[in-house]
Design a protein around this ligand. Structure first.
Ligand SMILES: *[C@@H]1O[C@H](CO)[C@@H](O)[C@H](O)[C@H]1NC(C)=O
Ligand SMILES: *[C@@H]1O[C@H](CO)[C@@H](O)[C@H](O)[C@H]1NC(C)=O
Ligand SMILES: *[C@@H]1O[C@H](CO)[C@@H](O)[C@H](O)[C@H]1NC(C)=O
Length: 390
C-alpha cells in the first residue's frame, strides 16, 4: 500500500498522467453551465431518474464504468476518532437505484463513498449480484418513487432495525461524506424523533428534506414511519406519487418527527441538493426557484458550505472519484486540523440554532475581496436578494 505511493512519487510520468486526468476532470466540472432550467432541475431533483443535468461527464463516466479505479489505504493515518464514530454512530445507507443505473451509477457509489457506511443497501426492482441489490416488489418509473421509498424503509425496518442507529436514504447520484454525517449526528440520541437533510420551506410547515441531498432518519423516526405512519392513511399518503421527498416530509410532520437543522455552528449548510460547484459559484438569478424554496438563507462563495459538509447531489461517477481523491487523499503538507467531539444531548434535546451573523464574519474563510464587498455595500440599501426573503 505504502509502496504504491512511493512509486507514484518517484515516477514523473505517472504524476504527469494523473495530473492531466485530474485536470481534465476539473475542467469538465467547472465548465458546467451555471444556469439550470428550474423546472427540469426541480423534477430531476426528486429522483435519480430525471434527464440528469450532469450528463456533461458522460465520456469520462463511460470510461470509468468498467475498470476498477485503483485505490490505496493510508496505513499510518490516525483514524481513532473516525473509528470511534463508526462504532458509536452506526449509519445504514440505502441508495435508490434502478436496473439501468446499476452499472452506470450505483457501482460507483459502492466503490467510493458507499463503502464507508456501516451497512450499504441498494434498492432496485431487479437483482444484481455485484452491488448486490435488494429486489423490491415495485414497478420502476418515477411515479412509483413514493411507493419505493416506503417499501425500502419497510425492508430496512424489518431486517436491520437493530443493526444501526441512523438510516440514510440517498440517490445513486448523491455523494456523501459519511464521517461528517456521523459527526453531525453524534450529539443526538437515536431515540429522538428527528430527521435531517437539506431543508426546503415549501409544501410542509416544518419544511421537508430534498430527496437528492439525501435524508437521514433517527431510529425512532424510522420506527414511527414504518409502524405508525405507512399503515395509517391519516399519517402518510397511501399509494404512490413522484414527489417522495415532499410526501415523507408531510408524513414526518404528522408523526411529530422534527425537521432537524443540518447547518454547522457557523450557519453553513452541510447537505446540498446540487453539485459542489453550483453551491460555491452560485447562480445569482433571483428567479431561480431554489432561492425561494430554501429554508435557511445561504451565503456566497466558500461561506456556502461547511468545512464538514455531508452531501451533494447531481454528482456524476467521475466526480465521485475526484471527490474521493480530494477528500481522502490530497492533503496540504503540514496542516493538521484540531478536531474534537461535542457533548451528547439527551433524548428529545436539540442543539441551538447557529447565530446568523457568524457565517459572514468568520475570518477563516473570508478573503480581502469578500471583506471589501461586504463593507462597501449596506445590504439594506440594495435591492433585496431573493435568498433573504423569508
Ligand atoms: C490519535 O488521535 C487521538 C485523538 O484524536 C489521540 O488521542 C492519539 O494519541 C493519537 N494517536 C497517535 C498514535 O498519535
Ligand atoms: C403530535 O403532537 C401533537 C401535539 O403534542 C399531539 O396532539 C399528537 O397526538 C401527536 N401525534 C402523534 C402521531 O404522535
Ligand atoms: C446600514 O443600514 C442600517 C439599517 O438601515 C443602518 O442602521 C446602518 O447605520 C447602515 N450602515 C451604514 C454603514 O450605512
Amino acid at each position: 500500500m505504502y509502496l504504491k505511493r512511493e512509486f507514484i512519487v518517484r515516477h514523473p510520468i505517472v504524476v504527469f498522467t494523473v495530473g492531466i486526468a485530474v485536470g481534465m476532470c476539473l475542467i469538465k466540472i467547472f465548465s458546467t453551465p451555471a444556469a439550470i432550467d428550474p423546472f427540469d432541475t426541480y423534477t430531476a431533483q426528486q429522483s435519480s431518474y430525471g434527464t440528469d443535468t450532469a450528463s456533461h461527464n458522460e465520456l469520462i463516466d463511460d470510461a470509468a464504468s468498467d475498470r476498477e479505479v485503483v485505490s490505496h489505504d493510508h496505513l499510518y493515518d490516525n483514524t481513532s476518532l473516525s473509528d470511534q464514530l463508526k462504532r458509536e454512530v452506526r449509519v445504514l445507507c440505502w441508495v435508490m437505484t434502478n436496473p439501468s443505473n446499476h452499472k452506470k451509477k450505483a457501482r460507483h457509489v459502492k466503490r467510493t463513498w458507499g463503502k464507508r457506511c456501516n451497512i450499504l443497501l441498494f434498492m432496485s426492482s431487479a437483482a444484481d449480484e455485484e452491488l448486490p441489490t435488494v429486489k423490491l416488489d415495485v414497478e420502476e418509473g418515477r411515479p412509483n418513487l413514493w411507493r419505493k421509498v416506503k417499501e425500502a424503509f419497510k425492508y430496512v425496518y424489518k431486517h436491520h432495525y437493530n443493526d444501526a442507529d441512523w438510516f440514510y436514504k440517498a440517490d445513486d447520484d448523491t455523494y456523501a461524506v459519511i464521517e461528517n454525517l456521523r459527526y453531525m449526528l453524534y450529539p443526538y440520541s437515536p431515540e429522538t424523533p428527528v430527521h435531517f437533510g437539506f431543508k426546503f420551506k415549501t409544501f410542509v410547515k416544518q419544511g421537508y428534506m430534498s430527496g437528492g441531498a439525501g435524508y437521514v432518519l433517527s431510529k425512532e423516526a424510522l420506527r414511527r414511519f414504518v409502524v405508525d405512519g405507512i399503515p395509517d392513511p391519516k399519517m402518510c399518503l397511501p399509494g404512490t406519487v413522484i414527489n417522495e421527498d415532499i410526501e415523507i416530509g408531510k408524513c414526518m410532520e404528522n408523526l411529530n418527527v422534527t425537521a432537524g437543522d443540518s447547518r454547522d455552528v457557523n450557519g453553513r449548510g452541510r447537505m446540498f441538493p446540487f453539485a459542489p460547484e453550483q453551491m460555491l459559484i452560485p447562480n445569482k438569478d433571483p428567479n431561480f426557484w431554489y432561492w425561494n424554496y430554501l429554508y435557511y438563507k445561504t451565503d456566497d462563495g466558500l461561506d456556502c458550505c461547511s468545512d464538514n459538509a455531508i452531501s451533494f447531489h447531481y454528482v456524476p461517477p467521475s466526480l465521485m472519484y475526484v471527490l474521493d481523491y480530494l477528500i481522502y487523499h490530497l492533503n496540504p503538507f503540514g496542516v493538521i486540523r484540531a478536531q474534537r467531539l461535542p457533548a451528547k444531548l439527551k433524548v428529545g434535546e436539540f442543539l441551538p440554532a447557529p447565530k446568523e451573523e457568524t457565517a459572514n464574519s468568520n475570518e477563516d474563510s473570508m478573503d480581502d475581496y469578500d471583506r471589501l464587498g461586504k463593507t462597501a455595500t449596506n445590504k439594506t440599501q440594495t435591492a433585496p436578494d431573493a435568498r433573504e426573503v423569508d
